[in-house]
Design a protein around this ligand. Structure first.
Ligand code: MLT
Length: 261
């Protein structure tokens, strides 16, 4: 724990930063941390307010999360990192690139999007935040869990469903509410996509209902050096639903990166 931020890590060598989605924590990245290719150091923070990290009483924004992560890279004395983020983690990865592109060696954007919330999505988030405040986290967790994972995951992988539910249920209600507001307020990242000059992998579940393949195709199409890979049978939490296929794509991408100067 440093600066109020907790993280888990594995391996040694070139830095790979792993940014979790909402409302999860660094446990999300266990299948990646436990199977890192040689020569890579995986670092998965609990974003502010999530997991074991403190909220510090500060309003959450994607930019705040990105600044926290930059501070963590400083603290660990790390140079440019490959930044991998899933969904909310992807919003944070794009915010981090906007704040300090020199710290980003490459991007892996998983099950995420560049466009901001629609008015309808903002209204829904406000309703969810009010429901969590008035009636507790179950109001968000139950309905959200159904949409997060592909039907086949619900049917055949109860351990994945349980792991995702556990992270969601462990997230403090105050963080759920603050994060819903932060997600609704996130800026439009589309105007800067053409300026991303680092190798980028856009990766996601073929059965993702929240950021469907068409959204990922648009994202990859707008970033000059991006490639797109879709994982069969996986929903929105593709790294947990199809860990072997996810790792194969991630490892192939890492292996193809030029050595840092
Ligand atoms: C996530 O998985 O991080 C969320 O689906 C992000 C969102 O609700 O926009």
């Amino acid at each position: 724990m440093a600066g109020g931020l907790a993280w888990r890590e594995a391996g040694a060598g070139q830095p790979l930063l792993l940014l979790h989605g909402f409302p999860f924590d660094s446990r999300q990245w266990e299948p990646q941390l436990s199977a890192l290719p040689p020569g890579w150091r995986g670092i998965a923070p609990d974003l502010r307010g999530f997991g074991k990290s403190e909220s510090g009483g500060v309003a959450l924004t994607m930019e705040r999360h990105a600044r926290d992560v930059l501070d963590l890279l400083d603290l660990l004395g790390l140079g440019p990192a490959v930044v991998c983020g899933l969904s909310m983690g992807g919003y944070c990865a794009l915010a981090l690139h906007r704040l300090d592109a020199a710290r980003v060696r490459a991007l892996v954007l998983c099950d995420t999007r560049a466009e901001p919330d629609s008015d309808e999505a903002r209204r829904q988030r406000a309703g969810q935040a009010a429901a969590v405040r008035e009636r507790g986290p179950g109001e968000l967790v139950g309905p959200m869990l159904r949409r997060l994972l592909a039907p086949v995951t619900h049917e055949t992988h109860p351990e994945v469903v349980a792991a995702v539910a556990e992270m969601m249920n462990d997230t403090p209600p105050d963080t759920l509410v603050a994060a819903l507001h932060a997600l609704a307020a996130r800026p439009d990242a589309r105007p800067r996509l053409a300026a991303i000059r680092v190798p980028t992998l856009v990766l996601g579940g073929e059965l993702d209902e929240i950021t469907p393949p068409a959204v990922l195709r648009d994202l990859a199409g707008a970033i000059p050096e991006a490639s797109l890979r879709l994982l069969p049978g996986a929903g929105h939490v593709s790294n947990l639903e199809a860990p072997a296929a996810f790792n194969a794509e991630l490892h192939a991408f890492l292996a193809g990166l030029r050595d840092p100067a």
